[in-house]
Design a protein around this ligand. Sequence first.
Ligand SMILES: *[C@@H]1O[C@H](CO)[C@@H](O)[C@H](O)[C@H]1NC(C)=O
Ligand SMILES: *[C@@H]1O[C@H](CO)[C@@H](O)[C@H](O)[C@H]1NC(C)=O
Ligand SMILES: *[C@@H]1O[C@H](CO)[C@@H](O)[C@H](O)[C@H]1NC(C)=O
Ligand SMILES: *[C@@H]1O[C@H](CO)[C@@H](O)[C@H](O)[C@H]1NC(C)=O
Ligand SMILES: *[C@@H]1O[C@H](CO)[C@@H](O)[C@H](O)[C@H]1NC(C)=O
Ligand SMILES: *[C@@H]1O[C@H](CO)[C@@H](O)[C@H](O)[C@H]1NC(C)=O
Ligand SMILES: *[C@@H]1O[C@H](CO)[C@@H](O)[C@H](O)[C@H]1NC(C)=O
Ligand SMILES: *[C@@H]1O[C@H](CO)[C@@H](O)[C@H](O)[C@H]1NC(C)=O
Ligand SMILES: *[C@@H]1O[C@H](CO)[C@@H](O)[C@H](O)[C@H]1NC(C)=O
Ligand SMILES: *[C@@H]1O[C@H](CO)[C@@H](O)[C@H](O)[C@H]1NC(C)=O
Ligand SMILES: *[C@@H]1O[C@H](CO)[C@@H](O)[C@H](O)[C@H]1NC(C)=O
Ligand SMILES: *[C@@H]1O[C@H](CO)[C@@H](O)[C@H](O)[C@H]1NC(C)=O
Length: 702
Amino acid sequence: MAAPNKLLLLIIIIMLAAASSVHSATTERCNNGSCVPAERAALLSFKAGITGDPDNRLVSWQQRHHDCCRWSGVTCSRRTGHVVKLDLRYDYPIPIYDYLSYPEDYSLRGQVSSSLLALRRLKHLDLSGNIVLGDAKPMPEFLGSLEGLTYLNLSNMGFHGRVPPQLGNLSKLVQLDIHGYINTGRLYSDDISWLARLQSLQHLDMGSIDLTRVLDWVHAVSALPNLVALILDACWLKDNNVPSSVLHHNFTLLEELDLSYNLFKGLAASYWFWDVTSLNRLNLEHGELSGPLPNELGNLTLLGTFNIGNNNIQGMIPATTQAMCNLRSLNLNFNIISADITEVIDRIPNCSWNKLQELSLDYADITGATLQFVSNLTSLTMLDVSDNQLSGSVPVEIGALTNLIHLYLGYNNLSGVISEDHFVGLMNLKSLDLSDNNLELNIDSHWVPPFNLHRASFSSCHLGPQFPKWLQLQGSINDLDISNTGLVGRIPDWFWTTFSETRYLDISLNQLSVFDDPFKEVYEDKYSSVDMGLHNNDSISMVMKGQVLEYGENIVYLMSIDLSCNSLTGEIPEELSSLAALISLNLSSNLLSGNIPYKIGNLRSLESLDLSKNKLGGEIPRGLSDLTYLSYLNLSYNNLSGRIPSGHQLDTLNTDDPASMYIGNPALCGHPVPMQCPGPPTNKGPTRLPEDGLSQMDFLLG
Ligand SMILES: *[C@@H]1O[C@H](CO)[C@@H](O)[C@H](O)[C@H]1NC(C)=O
Ligand SMILES: *[C@@H]1O[C@H](CO)[C@@H](O)[C@H](O)[C@H]1NC(C)=O
Ligand SMILES: *[C@@H]1O[C@H](CO)[C@@H](O)[C@H](O)[C@H]1NC(C)=O
Ligand SMILES: *[C@@H]1O[C@H](CO)[C@@H](O)[C@H](O)[C@H]1NC(C)=O
Ligand SMILES: *[C@@H]1O[C@H](CO)[C@@H](O)[C@H](O)[C@H]1NC(C)=O
Ligand SMILES: *[C@@H]1O[C@H](CO)[C@@H](O)[C@H](O)[C@H]1NC(C)=O
Ligand SMILES: *[C@@H]1O[C@H](CO)[C@@H](O)[C@H](O)[C@H]1NC(C)=O
Ligand SMILES: *[C@@H]1O[C@H](CO)[C@@H](O)[C@H](O)[C@H]1NC(C)=O
Ligand SMILES: *[C@@H]1O[C@H](CO)[C@@H](O)[C@H](O)[C@H]1NC(C)=O
Ligand SMILES: *[C@@H]1O[C@H](CO)[C@@H](O)[C@H](O)[C@H]1NC(C)=O
Ligand SMILES: *[C@@H]1O[C@H](CO)[C@@H](O)[C@H](O)[C@H]1NC(C)=O
Ligand SMILES: *[C@@H]1O[C@H](CO)[C@@H](O)[C@H](O)[C@H]1NC(C)=O
């Protein structure tokens, strides 16, 4: 009869944006239907250096398949039959975190063989994304002898050490991308004067390469007259890597400059890039820049994307910017703008208002009592004004922003009522954050939202007391926070199924109950609270019963429920088994009765299951043996009976004392408990997992 007096539910997830594109390698047929034998031999020799090809990308590379021009990733010239392109790029798959956690399951491994030198006509070489192929070894010097190359992409390959100056011999290069992958160690360069010889270069990406010791790198790159894109993010660059005097450069074509994630502090008006008037994209985010934005910004009238977020910029957008009519994306977040929102908007050039798509002004010390300006910014796809001191109501005009995908208004002092009208035209909305304001959502329970959200936070909004029914139509949600929203009663049955794929769920600080029999019990003075935490950054901490486990960025998909030591009564809800991402479930020391749901075998990610010290009866479902990742199981001290299932995972559980997983269930028989079962073992039985109950995770297990 006791109510659940304490529930602790932690579901913690990290998400990495999965940037991915489909990769297709085309092979052209040679005129004579067969490739140059010496080149075929060179490719086979390259393949011999590859010791791991988990994705079978080189499976078509066989001596007996004579025409190497038809091998995957290989392209020959139609005219000469020579190999001109080798594309073995590994584009990050979805989900990217699988790739980053287990790169050896995807990336080519081995060494990059110098046999490639036999491909004398090679123009295009792309080995990028094979994170373990570089094997923390230096980038091979021989690549500098592939003199026909116009395109070289060695980004994210896990090389480290010095960038070979021999690359300066590749005088035909148009695109060079050697972006490092810092997780495996640093690539560095202490002298980039070799770049000056790449006079055809249009695109240069040396991001994540340590250039600390390069003095005057601007001078080195400014000798490249054709440069269109220069990417030097995260190169540990400081002010002393830049010449103090105003520099004369030859950049007349430069459109993209990325100096983000460096260590520059000053934002001198004399900085060379303020007079590169051809710039279209300028990225200076995540630096240490301080002081006001210089008036010279207004000279960059072609600028479409300006990102200076996450610095220490002080003060307003300068008044000189009124001719920047091409602005599409403006990010000033995490700076100290210290102004009223209406003034900030007025400083955004009004000739760009109806073109502006992305506006990030979050955490920028902005005040103000009206968001009416949205009616003038008609093209917005993203608006982020969260974490400021905005007050007043949310104008209903926001519902006319039909292109809006992301709307973040959280952590302000907004007040008033949000109704269906605020969302009426937002059919493209994917992310919505209204949390930590004084907002009330007054929405009809029959409302059909025009959108299909992926992330939503309503934390501290007034939603209750009834569970918002329209959420049932938002099954694509990955992140949902409805904590502290005044919800009362039992979590509806559809909840667990609708949100079974949800990775982050916070329903804490309400008066909700999870299991049956809530009404006669919950209004005792205790109520159930379901509490979860999220750190949306590169590391997560999982707080479990006072235990804090730190995970690095490699563990990115985690779900854990700990409801142990409560007074939970009733049966384990079958719906729980639809939480396909669940990794750890602890219901130990409660009063749970009934059978263990046979669908428990659906929890394919489960690594730990503790149901000990309850009143569970019946047989142990055989589906348990299908839990391929299970490494901890405890069913002790219940009232389970019958044969202990065996086979698959259950035989591999790692414990010194296997019988203690089942101890305290006098009617259980078979290995590992002492009691013998009557009759031979059988595979049949009502507890077997039905085939159609298998989740989509199955194919991952193959
Ligand atoms: C195919 O033709 C090209 C150009 O005529 C030639 O260089 C190459 O050796 C030929 N390959 C074979 C296998 O005959
Ligand atoms: C290099 O390859 C990566 C993917 O691995 C891609 O994102 C990048 O755009 C490529 N660089 C160039 C210059 O094409
Ligand atoms: C390639 O570059 C290196 C260093 O920059 C130089 O010593 C070497 O002679 C060059 N090789 C060729 C074939 O030009
Ligand atoms: C710019 O180009 C001119 C002519 O090509 C050249 O003489 C000059 O050295 C270049 N300037 C810089 C900074 O490289
Ligand atoms: C750039 O802007 C500054 C200040 O607004 C101005 O004095 C200067 O003449 C401009 N330079 C060019 C090349 O337009
Ligand atoms: C745009 O701003 C300029 C300068 O601030 C002002 O003179 C002009 O009237 C504004 N135009 C519109 C349509 O608001
Ligand atoms: C929209 O822009 C017009 C023209 O500049 C201005 O008069 C009006 O006040 C703006 N509306 C809002 C709500 O800011
Ligand atoms: C929040 O807004 C209310 C009016 O809606 C106001 O009374 C209150 O002072 C504001 N609080 C802060 C911290 O600005
Ligand atoms: C992640 O966020 C938590 C909480 O905001 C913070 O304590 C921690 O230092 C952050 N970790 C990193 C690597 O930024
Ligand atoms: C489950 O919770 C109980 C009680 O808090 C604890 O003793 C036990 O170690 C937990 N089981 C696991 C697998 O963490
Ligand atoms: C244990 O299970 C048996 C059936 O296997 C049942 O008869 C008995 O009442 C159960 N005991 C308790 C305490 O629930
Ligand atoms: C299972 O739980 C019981 C009760 O807490 C404990 O005595 C036993 O050692 C546990 N078994 C394992 C394998 O952890």
